[in-house]
Design a protein. Sequence first.
Length: 282
Amino acid sequence: MLLDGKAYSQKLKEELKKEVEALTNETGITPGLAIVCTNYAEASKIYVKNKLKAAKYCNIFASLIEVSLDISENDLIALIEKLNKDEKYHGIIVQLPLPPHINEQRIINAIDEKKDVDGFGICNKGKLFCGMPTINSATPQGIIKLLEEYNIEIASKHAVVVGRSNIVGKPMALMLLNKNATVTICHSKTKNLKSITSKADILVVAIGKANFITKDMVKKHAVVIDVGTNKVGNKLCGDVDFKKVAKKCSYITPVPGGVGPLTVVSLLENTVIAYKKILNIE
Ligand SMILES: NC(=O)c1ccc[n+]([C@@H]2O[C@H](COP(=O)([O-])OP(=O)(O)OC[C@H]3O[C@@H](n4cnc5c(N)ncnc54)[C@H](OP(=O)(O)O)[C@@H]3O)[C@@H](O)[C@H]2O)c1
């Protein structure tokens, strides 16, 4: 069965739009999101465009702040400090990846914890690590919500996460652990990957390699979440060999139309959560 992230994200956007309208009427203040972008990666433009479009739909005020590719680390930090103080913005994100001369984590850590709506800063990550309430990274947060929407049980399941990036793999593993799954994390140095993935009740793949996970690597009736977004020719495809794996598993996310749209909505939901915290709204 298809886990339809696109349809679910539309439902969430409608709900968020209504909530934003009510909040804006109540306070006279519109939730604001600042998106800082260097356009270092070509794909960033598409991701940013999707975020701006969805924000507009939900009546969230979003600004794109484009900076030059050769901006210095200190100038970028100075910009973020200015945005931290700017009351128009309740959320700030820096579109990754950044050019190699910039230390990404140093930039992310400069974002005020309360406005870190990507949840990538060490304060929010630390809280996730401790199982405390926090602003969760958008992609794994969207995945958890999708599993819950389809009443897929997480507790006591064996979840295998392939990929250990700071923005997807690691927070995904922690969120699944916090939901009482038994979690295994795999990466490029994992030996006998197939022997591990084929034991997963829930398999989350975030590696960035087109069609890498094949049918023989997946347990019958598993739940398969494909985070990967890979360009093959003009087409977008995931990390999972969708056509063949779909016949074997119980649930699967398509690419496109699976995890991607939920990432965008989760980011906007985080912006509204940050707005409510900053304005002391219960
Ligand atoms: N749909 C969305 O909303 C969304 C959001 C974010 C990312 N993505 C996509 O998700 C994918 C992953 O993104 P990311 O930022 O997490 O990537 P990343 O930072 O490049 O991390 C990739 C991870 O995959 C692991 N890996 C690479 N080759 C492997 C292999 N052969 N076997 C096992 N593990 C392997 C790497 O292991 P090592 O640590 O050992 O190098 C690393 O941990 C990309 O396609 C990205 O575009 C999609």
